[in-house]
Design a protein around this ligand. Structure first.
Ligand code: SAM
Length: 380
């Protein structure tokens, strides 16, 4: 009887020169699809569960006070562990890494991690798209070092242009001017355009939609892309109510006070924001309609928590403990197999099932007793 070759081995032999065989056993360029045929493309990494803001919709002061037990340092994934996992995720199809938290710039020497991630390559030799989401408070100090380390893009969160509204929302009295200083530094360092995220909470900051759009355009022209995010029911500490959500279609209606807008085509598959442009100025606006127009069908995102658990949905209550594998001495093939297995079984589509309101889903016996994980821990 002739010798039998595993088909993977034969095909790896045909891979283009320079291509690396992924530890997962997938062929270069071959997609690992989940149970709903969605590929894995985007990994969000929470590098710290701590934040220096106390936004009521995310880390309310009453819960995240001086008694709150944040993770001790030894529980956090080290930079080496994060980089190793990121390499294995790149083998499994990930093309974009987003560093987030908590406030990612609170993690000491984050630029060292960026440098390690910038050295990674996809199986066919391309660099990864490395991005960061930050509240901007430490950005003025860090922007140049992040750029030099190889960070590709930055998103800054800013919920109002009115200083009193913004200070009230971040609940630590942080000034708008200081966030704008961070955006200035990011643009000066060569991160252009910078995306600016505004979470819209009805009755709290919805009067800021038009003023923020006008102010950003006046200051940055088209170098800042403002994105309005519907307030979501992530975690279980923010007291979310559907009544507090301003649907994106209403955001759009309000923006028409500035002038007519035209829809823009999506730039990539799985893009979270619908893109619009103000006709008169060319200012780009994004609408992230996570509540009113769920985009689970194209969701290609996974999340790695601060302590190394893999979450397959922003609204998940359980994570897969990858840190236990790493610290238990598992080799690359074993960790890659765990990632593959988790992704292949993924059938999460929380937002599509949300229906009229979260309490309906919470009342579902299949979800009884589950608490959704907090966003600062798995990364926004
Ligand atoms: N600290 C960083 C920041 O402020 O950008 C990164 C982490 S933060 C959790 C990431 C993003 O999630 C921010 O833009 C924040 O406004 C958004 N976010 C937090 N809670 C949210 C919620 N309940 N609904 C919608 N967006 C939320």
């Amino acid at each position: 009887m002739g010798k039998i070759f595993a088909i993977n081995d034969l095909r790896r032999g045909l891979a283009p020169t320079g291509a690396r065989a992924p530890a997962s056993g997938l062929l270069p360029g071959q997609d690992r699809l989940d149970a709903l045929a969605r590929p894995l493309r985007d990994l969000r990494i929470s590098v710290t569960d701590r934040c220096n803001f106390r936004c009521s919709y995310c880390m309310p002061k009453e819960v995240f006070d001086s008694h709150y037990a944040f993770l001790p340092h030894g529980e956090l994934l080290s930079f080496e562990e994060i980089a190793r996992l990121a390499r294995l995720f790149a083998d499994a199809g990930v093309r974009k890494l987003r560093l987030t938290g908590g406030e990612p710039l609170l993690r000491k020497n984050l630029e060292h991690l960026v440098q390690m991630l910038a050295a990674l390559r996809t199986p066919d030799g391309a660099p990864l798209d490395i991005t960061l989401t930050t509240n901007g408070s430490l950005l003025a100090r860090k922007a140049a070092a992040l750029k030099a380390a190889g960070l590709g893009r930055i998103t800054v969160s800013l919920d109002a242009i009115d200083d009193a509204v913004f200070r009230r929302m971040n609940d630590v009295g942080f000034a708008v001017q200081d966030v704008l200083g961070g955006i200035d530094a990011a643009l000066a360092a060569g991160f252009g355009p910078v995306k600016v995220n505004m979470v819209v909470k009805k009755g709290t900051n919805d009067d800021q939609i038009v003023p923020l759009a006008r102010a950003l355009h006046a200051r940055y022209g088209n170098a800042a892309v403002l994105r309005f995010i519907e307030y979501m029911d992530v975690g279980s500490t923010n007291g979310w109510r559907l009544d507090d959500v301003l649907p994106s279609r209403e955001v759009l209606a309000r923006l028409r006070a500035i002038g007519p807008l035209s829809a823009l085509p999506a730039t990539s598959a799985g893009e979270t924001a619908q893109r619009w442009r103000l006709d008169a100025t060319g200012q780009e606006i994004g609408l992230v309609s996570s509540v009113t127009q769920a985009f689970c069908g194209s969701c290609n995102r996974a999340r790695l928590s601060t302590d190394g658990r893999l979450y397959l949905c922003l609204f998940a209550s359980h994570g897969h403990d990858l840190r236990a594998l790493l610290r238990g001495g598992a080799d690359d093939a074993a960790v890659a197999a765990a990632i593959d297995q988790a992704w292949s079984a993924r059938d999460d589509r929380y937002s599509a099932l949300r229906g009229a309101a979260t309490p309906a889903l919470d009342a579902d016996p299949a979800h009884a007793g589950e608490r959704r994980v907090e966003m600062h821990y798995i990364g926004g």
